[in-house]
Ligand binder design. Structure first.
Ligand code: HEC
Ligand code: HEC
Length: 353
């Protein structure tokens, strides 16, 4: 079975709990309904959060090609920036910076979200402007503030490298390389970047000893105070757009406007895709402007501006302890060895000389 089918099935299943019909909701949060888990295996607890399914890789050659492209800095004008520069798989698929550094040290406008489990998102980017991973993957290559290349240059570059020509033709059955094939391969690799078997998932599957009392109390508080209205499903987020600052306005330090940039509707101003809380311990700093440096700070802000609730120090500690149980098994990556450039390969231009 292809991993997409498997995961799609899984997400549909989590929607039973998650008050988000068909993965698509814009706007108002409602409390999750906990229904009868029709497709769940009996051993999974009936909760608004469901476990992450492991990746099922059917097309190994495609995934390997996508991995090379993900790690290849030659897809940038400088020859120095790869997808992994800003979505570092040694650091939870993020760069741990407030906002990313792009071509010629450009300061990005927004915090880099993790690529881990991004296949579960209803759409990609904070404002959801890309429909899926394949559509997303073309963006950074030609973004002047990120990799500063063009799709044509990327294709020319790869076609000048015999190792890539052979590999593309083995995977796709045709010689010609195009941006569609490039983004298809990158997306196939990203589909494998899932993190199953977190301690919380083990608990969901029935292992009482997977969480200690503080962590379990933290989860109960997370649920009873309403965090699960927005952070639910297998990603604990990623399945709806919600207002940042529902009960109290949020003073962002970034100029971005959120979902309204895509829909043109004023009502969507400052709505953002709810970020996944999977591996959140690894993906600091937090929020689209990267202003919350610690989990304690993010939890304090969320409680106050989304729910009108001030947590005691102990309650905050419990929720943070729970959030840290969401760190799953990280994808094991053998660093790919990239095919060397040929004499014809355009040379990098790191300083714009
Ligand atoms: C210079 C840093 C930088 C580089 C290089 C970069 N990204 Fe990103 N990426 C970002 C930032 C910042 C965002 C969020 C932008 C936004 O939402 O407006 C993002 C968003 C994403 C998302 C959406 C995740 C989500 O939850 O919405 C995915 C997936 C992604 N990038 C994959 C890639 C891939 C694949 C590449 C290589 C082709 C790449 N990125 C290159 C910084 C970078
Ligand atoms: C009304 C929906 C909603 C509720 C309720 C809510 N959140 Fe959020 N959460 C969001 C949105 C939207 C963001 C992203 C906002 C932004 O960055 O501008 C977010 C971001 C976060 C982040 C930062 C993640 C990251 O990677 O940047 C954490 C941590 C978090 N929420 C935890 C919580 C906790 C804990 C609660 C309960 C106290 C909670 N949230 C309640 C919608 C919600």
């Amino acid at each position: 079975m292809n991993p997409r089918t498997l995961l799609a099935g899984f997400t549909a299943c989590s929607c039973l709990f998650a008050c988000t019909p068909d993965k698509q909701t814009d706007g108002n949060a409602t409390a999750p309904e906990t229904g009868t888990p029709a497709q769940q295996t009996e051993s999974v607890r009936n909760e608004p959060v469901t476990p992450i399914a492991p990746a099922v890789i059917t097309d190994t050659a495609m995934v390997e090609l996508g991995k090379k492209l993900y790690f290849d800095p030659r897809l940038s004008l400088s020859g120095f920036i790869s997808c992994n520069s800003c979505h570092n798989l040694s650091m939870g698929g993020s760069d741990n910076l407030k906002s990313s550094i792009g071509h010629k040290w450009a300061k990005g406008p927004i915090n880099s979200p993790t690529v881990l489990n991004s296949n579960l998102n209803l759409a990609q980017f904070w404002d959801g402007r890309a429909r899926d991973l394949k559509e997303q993957a073309g963006g950074p290559i030609e973004n002047p503030g990120e990799m500063a290349f063009t799709h044509e240059l990327a294709v020319d570059l790869l076609e000048s490298i015999p190792g890539y020509v052979d590999e593309f033709s083995a995977v796709f059955g045709t010689e010609a390389i195009d941006i569609d094939k490039i983004t298809t391969a990158i997306a196939a690799f990203e589909e494998t970047l899932v993190t199953p078997d977190s301690r919380f998932d083990l608990w969901l599957k029935g292992d009482d000893s997977a969480l200690n009392d503080e962590e379990l109390d933290g989860y109960k508080l997370f649920k009873s105070s309403g965090c699960t209205a927005c952070h639910n499903g297998s990603g604990l987020g990623g399945n709806s757009f919600q207002k940042m600052g529902l009960v109290e306005p949020y003073q962002a330090t970034s100029p971005v406007e959120g979902r309204s940039a895509v829909t043109g509707k004023d009502a969507d101003r400052f709505n953002f895709k709810v970020p996944t809380l999977r591996n959140v311990e690894l993906t600091y700093p937090y929020f689209h402007d990267g202003e919350a440096e610690t989990l304690a700070e993010a939890v304090e802000v969320m409680g106050r501006i989304q729910l009108g609730r001030t947590y005691s120090e102990e309650e905050n500690r419990q929720i943070v302890a729970f959030l840290k149980t969401l760190t799953g098994t990280q994808p094991r990556i053998d660093l790919p060895i990239l095919p060397p450039s040929s004499d014809e390969t355009p040379r990098p231009d790191p300083f714009g000389d």
